[in-house]
Unconditional design. Structure first.
Length: 286
């Protein structure tokens, strides 16, 4: 019985001559992350529900006693907390999206990807880009709520905010990738989330403005502080000078400083994620 399959050496020669496109492999992983997110409705509701509840409850509870140091009256706590809530949505959605790395390793899918004839950077890019787009979609939906506040959100600031949110989400997802890659259980990941990632967000100027005490120094050393500051400046970029003075803290990092530090953070996290995934471990074959 004849067959049309080539011999084994011919198969190896054919695969070597026609390698898998790494960009297509990265896009396939990105699309897979998005499809899994859409099909899990509890993740969709949780990514928006919890930050929205925080925004409403904290805005109502802390609003009467809130006054921004160094600024005039008129800014409510709900408006001050709005950029921080956007970053919280990015943090929750992007970080929890990287939990799929632990699940993929447990189910054997990650091992299949690692032995595929594609460079590891395409796998890293696909996972990080998928989590970033998921986080961005949730943040954009919440960004539309800015139209119900006194934030001067115009078309230009809206588009700039989306671009900056994508940038912040890219860094946070890469950070989550670095943490999840070495984890063997979701319980350990949640522990890191509680002890490291949540304090990182709390000490970024999202929840309260930095002061002149030791907490203020920690806030200034936190790279996420500059992402929140840059987003805050973008949201009020189309307002009047008086509105900006009333809404922006006096010691808020400048626009250039916020952009430079955010770029350094994102690039560093992407390089670290690639380096972490490039090192072969025994867990890759488990």
């Amino acid at each position: 019985m004849s067959t049309d399959f080539p011999a084994t050496p011919d198969v190896a020669k054919h695969l070597a001559a026609s390698p898998v496109n790494p960009w297509r492999a990265a896009w396939a992983l990105t699309r897979r992350e998005w499809i899994r997110f859409i099909r899990q409705r509890n993740r969709v509701v949780g990514s928006l529900g919890q930050p929205l509840i925080f925004w409403l409850l904290f805005g109502a509870g802390l609003g009467p006693s809130f006054r921004l140091p160094g600024a005039t009256d008129g800014l409510s706590y709900r408006e001050y907390f709005f950029p921080g809530t956007l970053v919280l949505i990015l943090l929750f959605t992007a970080i929890f999206a990287t939990i799929s790395i632990i699940e993929d390793r447990r189910e054997g899918f990650l091992q299949s990807v690692l032995v595929a004839p594609v460079p590891r950077w395409s796998m890293v890019l696909g996972k990080i880009l998928g989590g970033t787009l998921i986080a961005l979609a949730a943040a954009v939906i919440f960004l539309l709520l800015g139209l119900t506040t006194d934030i001067p959100l115009g078309v230009g600031s809206f588009l700039a905010a989306i671009a900056f949110l994508f940038f912040i989400g890219l860094g946070l997802t890469a950070l989550g990738f670095c943490i999840a890659w070495r984890m063997s259980s979701t319980q350990g990941f949640h522990a890191v989330m509680s002890l490291f990632l949540m304090p990182m967000w709390l000490l970024s100027g999202s929840f309260f403005p930095p002061g002149d005490n030791w907490i203020g120094w920690i806030v200034r050393l936190n790279p996420l502080t500059y992402g929140v500051a840059g987003l805050r400046r973008i949201l009020y970029s189309e307002g009047t000078e008086a509105a900006r003075q009333a809404a922006l803290p006096v010691d808020l990092p400048g626009a250039w400083m916020s952009g430079v530090v955010s770029i350094i953070f994102v690039v560093a996290m992407l390089i670290l994620a690639w380096r972490v995934a490039a090192v072969r471990t025994a867990g890759d074959l488990q």
